[in-house]
Write a protein that binds this ligand. Structure first.
Ligand code: GDD
Ligand code: MN
Length: 379
């Protein structure tokens, strides 16, 4: 990934090398000009006296947020830096990773720019991490003493609950001990961040870090999710879809998991296949050509899902029509190969028809997966 930054504005204070044990507070911002002063004021009130800190905004705004930060920074007793991205990659999570790469302190605390995360908790997050010798300290809404008071509306509460449950069931081991993997407020030791393996996508940066960076020990501190100080959430339905793609990407990182995903997607292909077959025969087509055509519908459906879910970040090697052609070829070769393969198993190895069919299905499935990996989406 390459990012371009606008040159720092001259009046920004250059970040000095912070003392060991100090903290870099990374704040992702997207059009938050009305919240900046309040946030910096709250940080000033609660952090510097107890902990040397610097604040690093990673900004993707299209409004005057960077200028407002530069202005407000003049009244701050700690260094404030703005890293503005002209070409934002990865959304909120991408911004946070950029901030982590640029951070110089032992600890990085990530928090939102809209005052929903109380800065008064920053020293406690770091102190807890030091005490427990942990790599990650999560500020959680879901342990005793925490709450989600600021999560507006029962709809958002329900969505947040469902997402947390789904995510925890998908990663039982990696998220062990993390009650709130959706939290955007946490402290992480810089030495535990493996920036190179991260592929942030949207809001859930803590999840990304827990699954891919695997920090050594994890602890939690309760917190009360506050109301937004000004403006509105930048989340949207599109962000929800991005979250699902992120989940699939994280879950299918290993080849075995990817093969399972490939199989599950393949299994859903029977729906368009049957619908197509039904429509074509109702229109009066003979069932053999109808079968062949309907099968292509299933292939197209599978291709779309696989493109957008499974091999999302492996599409750059070929053009889309090249990939589609190869994918269709492999899928149809599978069908053509199946009958002679069954015959071979029955006549040559004396297998029963049923077990021969099952074995042929498994064999062609594995071949199709391997072929798709190697010939359509180069690793
Ligand atoms: N740089 C950058 N780029 N910042 C962004 C972007 C982006 O694309 N999108 C949002 N932000 C910033 C916002 O400006 C804000 O400072 C912070 O990220 C959080 O965004 P909100 O839009 O306020 O998020 P939210 O309140 O809906 O969600 C928060 O709470 C959730 C838990 O309910 C976030 O912390 C989520 O990560 C968290 O899951
Ligand atoms: Mn918010």
């Amino acid at each position: 990934m390459t990012h371009e930054y606008t040159a720092p504005v001259p009046d920004v204070r250059v970040t000095e090398v912070p003392e060991p044990g100090a903290v870099t507070i990374v704040v992702p911002t997207y059009n938050e000009s009305a919240n900046i002063r309040q946030l910096l004021h709250q940080i000033t009130e609660s952090v510097p006296a107890r902990l040397p800190c610097e604040v690093l905004f990673v900004d993707d705004s299209t409004d005057d947020t960077p200028e407002v930060i530069h202005e407000a920074a003049k009244d701050c007793p700690f260094p404030v830096t703005v890293l503005h991205r002209d070409e934002p990659v990865g959304g909120l999570g991408g911004a946070v990773v950029e901030g982590m790469k640029a951070a110089g302190s032992d600890w990085v605390v990530v928090m939102d720019g809209d005052c929903q995360h109380p800065p008064s908790l920053v020293p406690e997050l770091v102190a807890t991490g030091e005490r427990a010798n942990a790599g990650l300290v999560v500020a959680s809404r879901y342990i005793k003493g925490g709450s989600r008071a600021g999560l507006a509306g029962s709809y958002r509460v329900a969505v947040s609950r469902a997402a947390t449950w789904l995510t925890k069931s998908l990663f039982p081991r990696r998220l062990h001990g993390i009650s709130d993997p959706m939290s955007g407020f946490f402290a992480i030791r810089r030495s535990d961040i493996t920036a190179d393996v991260l592929k942030p996508l949207g809001y859930k940066i803590l999840l990304e870090l827990a699954v891919r960076s695997r920090p050594r020990a994890v602890t939690e501190v309760p917190f009360v999710f506050q109301d937004r100080y000004a403006g509105e959430s930048k989340s949207s339905a599109q962000e929800g879809l991005r979250f699902l793609r992120h989940l699939v990407g994280l879950r299918t990182a290993s080849p075995v998991a990817r093969m399972v995903g490939f199989g599950l997607i393949g299994a859903t292909g029977f729906v368009p296949n049957l619908l197509g077959l039904y429509a074509l025969t109702v229109l009066g087509m003979h069932y053999v050509p109808a079968e062949i055509l309907a099968n292509q519908l299933g292939v197209a459906w599978n291709f779309l899902l696989i493109e957008h879910l499974l091999f999302r970040d492996r599409r750059r090697h070929r053009r889309w029509w090249d990939r589609a052609g190869r994918f269709a070829l492999i899928a149809n070769a599978d069908l053509v190969l199946r009958i002679p393969l069954i015959a071979l198993f029955v006549h040559r190895f004396g297998m029963g028809a049923l077990s021969a069919t099952a074995l042929a299905l498994v064999t062609t499935f594995v071949l199709r997966f391997a072929g798709t990996e190697a010939l359509v989406y180069l690793p």
